[in-house]
Design a protein around this ligand. Structure first.
Ligand code: RIB
Ligand code: CA
Length: 308
């Protein structure tokens, strides 16, 4: 029996964050030790409320902690056009079945790292504010971080600006801190996540699994696809779950090690993730995904949930 991998999920749910957490919970390889919210798709209050409701829906029993209310230096920036006013518009979700942790995100992350017998993997699927704050406040805990498998950036292009992807652009200073930390990084940027496309036929495959989580995930995908269809996408680029695929099914991915540096000063390029091989690699960067295998994995994952 392979040893379980302890993980901390850090995100700004967000439809694709929620689907990433559904995949993580369904994986027999992962042991979710904590969930932390971050300000990104919506305000920290809204992403925290969404995190609690998603964990209740999925049966994630790990503590949920509220993250930092704003990026390290930048002013908060949200994405209501993509995820709606609640940050997770669409299906009604259950009321939280557990109180928030009395600890805030950095304190909970540090506690989990300190108490874990083995190094912990952190899976950020929003801006890197909490992870950077953890690294700055507790550099002594770096050896207790196995890997940071993140969704963010794009070597060849951005989405919020031509140069920058949303998660990195919201907090470039945090991203710079993380990519310069020396902690091993797996980067799932737009290069791979815009190939992680799910089409309406995939939404229906998921819905036909028939349990409550299957219906909610199909509803999330339909809502999330609505914004992208307006932009001319043939399907929904389901970004965040790829950070989990990197851990549970790396065989579905094509990757290469690169040195990734974060632009924090450019007038037009702030938040760009500049990848090159002119210096030692600091990240394993995913560039392609077996789309059919990805869709099959999500169908299989929703099938692990009960009928309730
Ligand atoms: O650019 C895509 C990223 O921004 C995803 O993590 C999505 O949830 C939003 O946070
Ligand atoms: Ca996200």
């Amino acid at each position: 029996m392979n040893k379980l991998r302890p993980v901390i999920l850090d995100g700004d749910p967000g439809h694709d964050d929620a689907i990433a957490w559904m995949l993580a919970k369904a994986s027999p390889m992962l042991d979710i030790r904590a969930v932390t919210s971050v300000c990104g798709n919506q305000t920290i209050e809204k992403t925290t409320c969404n995190a609690q409701r998603v964990c209740t829906l999925l049966g994630i029993r790990a503590p949920v902690a509220m993250g930092k209310p704003a990026p390290l230096l930048a002013r908060p920036m949200n994405a209501p056009s993509v995820h709606g006013q609640s940050g997770l518009d669409g299906p009604v979700l259950p009321e939280p079945n557990a109180p928030l942790s009395p600890l805030r995100s950095v304190a909970l992350m540090a506690k989990v790292l300190r108490e874990s017998e083995t190094p912990v993997t952190i899976v950020p699927t929003g801006p890197l504010t909490n992870v950077a704050a953890l690294l700055l406040a507790h550099p002594e805990l770096k050896p207790k971080i196995e890997t940071i498998s993140l969704m963010g950036g794009g070597i060849t292009h951005g989405n919020w600006t031509p140069a920058a992807e949303f998660n990195i652009l919201v907090d470039p200073e945090a991203a710079k801190t993380v990519f310069e930390s020396g902690v091993p990084i797996i980067m799932s940027g737009l290069d791979v996540t815009e190939r992680a496309l799910l089409f309406p036929a995939d939404f229906e495959r998921i819905r036909r699994v028939g349990n409550r989580v299957a219906h909610v995930v199909a509803d999330w995908l339909e809502f999330f696809y609505g914004f992208h269809r307006e932009l001319g996408y043939a399907g929904a680029p389901v970004h965040d779950p790829v950070a989990v695929v990197s851990l549970v099914r790396p065989d579905l991915l094509t990757s290469r090690p690169l040195c990734v540096e974060i632009e924090t000063r450019g007038e037009y390029c702030r938040g760009a993730t500049v990848g090159h091989d002119r210096a030692p690699a600091n990240a394993l960067v995913n560039f392609d995904i077996d789309r059919g295998g990805f869709a099959d994995l999500l169908v299989e994952a929703v099938g692990t949930y009960g009928e309730e």
